[in-house]
Design a protein around this ligand. Structure first.
Ligand SMILES: Nc1ncnc2c1ncn2[C@@H]1O[C@H](COP(=O)(O)OP(=O)(O)OP(=O)(O)O)[C@@H](O)[C@H]1O
Length: 645
């Protein structure tokens, strides 16, 4: 059993390639052949001056239209010029044209696509409108108009070709940027405090390399054909300016009745070049395939909360005080409140668990503290104040994105339940940790790399030097979660929000991660808010628990007190359904029914439809959170009776 679990943990957390696997291009196959062909072609045409066996303009009328021979490997044209030499020199025209067109295509397509995808809003709308406009222009007519203004000017036609084709690349880069922007690791980078420019250059642009290269190779094939066609028609690169593949085909077409061979070398080379570009594009696409669907969008929102002064807390001065926190989402029939009037405190170094069934509002409470509510979600009332510890008191629900940038990572950090998605697949672990360390503490790269290894050692990763050199897909789930914890610790936060940090891990690894969190919390004196639905995890780590049901706090107490005498029927039912406490051989008790969705919340006690001790009075009015004689807090009118049952 132990062995099989251990094996599970050594499996890569992310089997899907998330960045181009360039080594795949070296695998024997059409892609490799095409790549080698294109490379040879580029070298041969660039070095035509030295490689061509003869002067491309040297005429030998006595040997006109001669077929292949030892002296002329590919024969001669109607003026007795060496076809191979003309092909090599003519290739330069094609190469330069393709480079010009591709340069314009890439500069416009990438700049505008990334800007539109990353900034969104009006920038996206304006750029998309421009792209639609360019796509609506008839390409061939545009090129003919340019040639009418600049007769025979190949460079001008290639620039215009790049401009009118750029929307294709623009749309691809925009789409990929939008997806990458929503990836958890980009949000995690933002949480670690990295700036937008850094996130763009470090995390977004590398992911675009593959899609850009695919588009470039396909567009280059188009540019080869367009340049050849215009030259064939005599509209650009005329024969008087020297050989080009297009004008060579045109000459061959004039003598097909006398010599069919002349069209074959140039035609074949053009065809092979276009084919090779297509195959190479396919190979790059295969090497970059396997990107996962983007995660659901989570956009930080600006709080609309009024500045409600936090209630004075008992005991030591709190590090965090949440007071009357209310969270809502827009709905078709008006705003929907999903969390209502939640209040609790967290003392420095304390671990507070937030527990409840799925859908009770735990994640919304936790994420609102970091400004990470899903799109549309907003704190509609209440406050969450992070008190002076390593900085001035901050009202979290009133911060904008810039304000959160100053708090996230260094004062409050997040460990989420999906470790693999929180790491950028394109960079080695050590470099990701070092980057976040440098963001919070200015130091040299070398020193940050050393600190990163120390941090990896702190989270008990074996052989941290080797782990630092690995990519995220080479890590097991447990190792990835340790790296994510190291990232969260890099800014030395005083409060760590851990949202179901062990849910995605198997049982043995869960225990190790919990032990690590417990150890770090005690050693570093860090406060922790642990979101969980597992009593075992809660008991393992937390001092106190906040029990949440249908968006409301129903009970708050020390963990031991809850185990020995929970006051709210929901807490008791939840404890009774805990598999850790079940007797062997007995059926596990369950709580009948499900957590009602916010639209189904009934007046009075929200747990009433599922409660075994509910009375008529439970349906009347809102049930207040009452402080009982022993100081315990519960939202139940029968709390004192419940505990005696
Ligand atoms: N994007 C959203 N738009 C509208 N309502 C949402 C959105 N996300 C969550 N909710 C609602 O907020 C409520 C609380 O959800 P939340 O995810 O906080 O629950 P949870 O207790 O953390 O559950 P889980 O353990 O499954 O994560 C639920 O009723 C849910 O339907």
């Amino acid at each position: 059993m132990t062995m099989s679990l251990a094996v599970t943990d050594t499996q890569p957390v992310d089997r899907l390639p998330r960045r181009p696997r360039w080594r795949r291009l070296l695998r024997p196959g059409p892609g490799l052949v095409a790549g080698v062909f294109l490379l040879c072609l580029a070298v041969a045409t660039t070095g035509a001056r030295w490689l061509a066996p003869a002067d491309p303009e040297e005429q030998d009328l006595g040997a006109a239209l001669a077929g292949p021979s030892g002296a002329h490997w590919l024969g001669t044209d109607r003026l007795g010029r060496d076809v191979l030499s003309r092909l090599l020199h003519g290739g330069q025209v094609t190469l330069v044209s393709v480079v010009e067109a591709v340069a314009v295509f890439v500069v416009l397509g990438v700049t505008l696509g990334v800007t539109a995808g990353y900034l969104g809003g009006w920038a996206d709308r304006a750029i998309s409108w421009l792209a639609d406009l360019l796509l609506a222009l008839p390409g061939i007519i545009m090129l003919l108009m340019v040639l009418a203004v600049f007769p025979g000017n190949t460079a001008a036609t290639m620039v215009v070709l790049g401009v009118i084709s750029a929307p294709m690349l623009l749309r691809v880069t925009r789409g990929v940027t939008m997806s990458v922007k929503q990836e958890l690791y980009v949000r995690a980078a933002r949480l670690s405090g990295l700036g937008e420019v850094r996130i763009m250059t470090r995390h977004v642009l590398p992911r675009l390399t593959g899609p850009i290269l695919v588009q470039v190779s396909l567009f280059a094939a188009t540019a080869v054909l367009v340049q050849g066609a215009l030259s064939f028609l005599g509209l650009s690169a005329p024969e008087t300016e020297g050989p080009s593949w297009g004008n060579m085909i045109a000459q061959a077409a004039q003598v097909t009745s006398q010599d069919l061979w002349l069209a074959i070398p140039t035609g074949a080379l053009l065809t092979l070049t276009v084919l090779a570009l297509g195959l190479f594009g396919d190979a790059i696409r295969d090497a970059t395939a396997g990107h996962r669907a983007p995660a659901a969008p989570l956009r930080p929102v600006r709080s609309t909360a009024p500045a409600v002064p936090p209630r004075p807390a008992e005991g030591p001065a709190p590090l965090l005080s949440v007071d009357g926190l209310t969270i809502g989402f827009p709905g078709p029939d008006g705003p929907v409140t999903v969390v209502r009037d939640v209040s609790f405190t967290v003392a420095p170094g304390e671990c507070v668990g937030v527990i409840g069934e799925s859908g009770s509002g735990k994640t919304m409470i936790a994420r609102s503290l970091l400004g990470l509510l899903p799109a549309g979600g907003a704190v509609t009332a209440g406050a969450a104040t992070l008190h002076a510890d390593s900085g001035p008191a901050v009202e979290l629900t009133r911060l904008d994105e810039r304000g959160f940038g100053r708090v996230r990572g260094c004062r409050i950090a997040l460990v989420s339940q999906e470790p693999s998605s929180s790491l950028d697949p394109a960079f080695r672990v050590g470099s990701q940790v070092a980057e976040v360390i440098r963001r919070h503490t200015p130091m040299s790269r070398r020193q940050a790399a050393r600190e990163a290894i120390e941090l990896l050692r702190t989270v008990r990763l074996p052989e941290p030097e080797r782990v630092a050199r690995r990519y995220p897909h080479e890590l097991s789930g447990g190792m990835a979660q340790r790296v994510v914890i190291a990232l969260a610790l890099a800014g030395k936060p005083s409060l760590l929000v851990a949202d179901e940090p062990t849910t995605a891990l198997d049982v043995t690894v869960q225990a190790e991660i919990l032990a690590l969190l417990r150890d770090l919390q005690r050693r570093l004196g860090m406060a922790v808010i642990l979101v969980t639905h597992d009593w075992g995890v809660l008991a393992d780590l937390c001092d106190r628990a906040v029990v949440v049901y249908a968006g409301e706090v129903v009970e708050q107490a020390g963990v031991a007190d809850l185990y020995t005498g929970a006051r709210h029927p929901y807490t008791r039912s939840l404890l009774a359904a805990d598999p850790h406490l079940a007797e062997a051989g007995q059926d596990l008790p369950t709580i009948a029914g499900t957590v009602p969705s916010p639209r189904q919340w009934s007046p009075g006690c929200r747990f009433r439809p599922r409660c075994g001790v509910a009375v008529d009075d439970c349906a009347i009015g809102r049930i207040p959170l009452t402080v009982m004689s022993d100081g315990r807090v519960a939202r139940c009118i029968r709390a004192d009776e419940v505990v005696k049952r």
